[in-house]
Unconditional design. Structure first.
Length: 138
């Protein structure tokens, strides 16, 4: 999976991760989204002393995408953990639903560590039988 589109997403997520505000968990996460037109939007997690007010990297990236006029996620990279730990830092349940708002079931989600790709999956695999915008259409 060394294609240019993935590499650009990986670099953007890594750069965002470097700015994560994680004074409590010390667990920085970066995410980068590519929209259908090729634009990349990246974000990091932002913790808060009042824990429920914290924000995941995926939520930050989605908010940045929407603020820039984006309406769809073509592909996403999430980076978390330590190099070589082999653990997966997949989007949390809330972020899976946030991604669902803007992505198709076959949207690729690349789960990475700082050293690179650990798993490529799809939104359907992470959030099967999901509830989405089409459930609310007339």
């Amino acid at each position: 999976m060394a294609d240019e589109a993935f590499e650009a997403l990986f670099r953007a997520a890594s750069a965002a991760r470097a700015h994560a505000h994680v004074p409590y968990s010390h667990f920085p996460v970066g995410a980068a989204i590519r929209t259908p037109d090729g634009t990349i939007h990246a974000g990091c997690n932002v913790e808060n002393a009042a824990y429920p007010q914290s924000q995941c990297a995926e939520a930050t990236a989605i908010g940045i995408m929407v603020a820039a006029g984006g309406k769809a996620i073509e592909e996403i990279v999430v980076i978390g953990g330590e190099a070589g730990d082999t653990l997966l830092c997949t989007p949390c349940g809330g972020c899976r639903q946030r991604i669902r708002e803007f992505a198709r079931g076959d949207t690729k989600i690349h789960v990475c560590g700082p050293e690179g790709l650990r798993l490529t999956t799809t939104l359907d695999a992470l959030l099967p039988h999901s509830f989405g915008p089409e459930n609310l259409r007339d």
